[in-house]
Design a protein around this ligand. Structure first.
Ligand SMILES: Cc1ncc(COP(=O)(O)O)c(C=O)c1O
Length: 377
């Protein structure tokens, strides 16, 4: 299959780039003894799990269907966490997970009896410190509902669990900043951690970023696990799939209203939602910031402010031309939606040997089915 003949929009996951990230994950594991579970909330395109499985220890999840998916398609250790479980969720999940992490002491008290003897039970703690660029994504933000605050811990609740989970980083590329958080956790919660058998430090540690000091991170993790006598886990999502995937689109129109806008056959609101939520412009492979032709790369949704980015090109853009929107794997395919009835991007993988494999494609029936399956009689 030749990628120029694939109908846009589509995602192309590059195996070689994925394996480059996974090699760094392997190095981190070997140096530190940490176990790594893939955060399915970030990336759950299970069609490429065969590539990832040899490198990671399992999956972690944020809702009951992710737990089931991790168990079915990835295997290894399946960690289940949810900000809020219903009783039915707990019943469904307890049989397929290895670790069940509750977000609050009230959920722990209500459901522990349903999990005992089936999975190792944990509790999420909130360290009150974090590294997160935006308040929206900051687990330690004011009035946070994510985990138990240090001054709310009931000693008997903690005594009844085998492990705890912290998550306080978002795209943290600074190893020293991470170590400062680790020290704070050790200082605040050390007395409890010493009694645990496992501790998860969550996701958001960007150890695959170019130049990241993996040996320094590994040494800090190893010292922490030795000090408290615990098996450590990290829950990487973005770090695993960063810079592996393009969203390939076609320019369908060019309009001019004081600025030129190239409208493409995709929309951030439907296919790359975090561009919109976090106001983080995308990057385009074909662009050149020194180029003399400036364009807004506009979405084909009806939302007035829906655009991928503003950037420059060496040559004027043409209708029919393809553009590659870079780094489009994390928190994209898991958030795809049918807004405006746009064509859903298909999903492909470019294998290490150059072969291109189709993982998914969608059609009008998928759109229709997502809205109703039956009509009133
Ligand atoms: C509890 C938890 N674990 C892991 C992750 C994955 O984070 P990332 O994709 O930034 O590594 C998140 C992201 O929000 C999270 O909330």
């Amino acid at each position: 299959m030749n990628d120029t003949t694939i109908k846009t929009p589509y995602f192309m996951i590059d195996e070689q780039k994925l394996v480059a990230n996974l090699d760094k994950a392997k190095q981190l594991k070997e140096l530190s003894g940490v176990k790594l579970v893939l955060a399915l909330k970030c990336f759950s395109t299970w069609g490429v799990f065969d590539i990832i499985k040899p490198y990671l220890d399992g999956t972690t999840s944020s809702g009951p269907y992710e737990v089931k998916l991790g168990h079915e398609t990835f295997g290894g250790e399946t960690h289940a966490y949810s900000v809020g479980y219903s009783e039915q969720d707990v019943l469904d999940v307890a049989d397929v997970c290895d670790k069940m992490i509750f977000n609050s002491q009230s959920q722990l008290a209500a459901y522990r009896h349903l999990v005992e003897g089936k999975a190792s039970i944990g509790l999420r703690l909130n360290p009150g410190v974090s590294y997160a660029g935006q308040d929206l994504a900051d687990p330690a933000r004011a009035f946070s509902r994510l985990g138990v605050q240090a001054n709310h811990i009931q000693a008997d609740a903690l005594a009844s669990v085998e492990g705890v989970m912290f998550h306080m980083n978002c795209e943290n590329k600074d190893v020293d900043a991470f170590i400062t958080l680790l020290d704070s956790i050790s200082e605040q919660f050390g007395q409890y951690l010493d009694a645990m058998s496992w501790v998860s430090l969550g996701g958001g540690v960007f150890f695959t970023w170019p130049g990241y000091d993996i040996p320094k991170l590994a040494a800090a993790l190893k010292a922490f696990s030795d000090k408290h006598g615990v098996q450590l886990y990290l829950e990487p999502g973005e770090a695993i799939i960063t810079k592996t995937t393009d969203l390939v689109v076609t320019v369908v129109d060019i309009v001019d209203n004081h600025k030129k806008t190239a409208i493409v056959d995709s929309a951030t609101e439907a296919h790359r939602l975090d561009t919109l939520i976090y106001d983080e412009p995308a990057s385009i492979l074909e662009a050149d910031e020194q180029g003399e032709h400036e364009y807004v790369i506009g979405s084909c949704s009806c939302l007035a402010g829906d655009q991928f980015c503003e950037t420059r090109f060496n040559e004027p853009l043409n209708i029919g031309q393809r553009l590659h929107i870079l780094d489009s794997a994390g928190y994209t395919m898991v958030k795809l939606n049918w807004f405006n009835g746009l064509r859903m991007p298909s999903v492909y993988c470019k294998r290490g040997n150059g072969d291109i494999e189709k993982l998914n494609e969608f059609d009008y029936n998928d759109f229709k089915r997502s809205l109703s399956q039956w009509s009133v009689s």
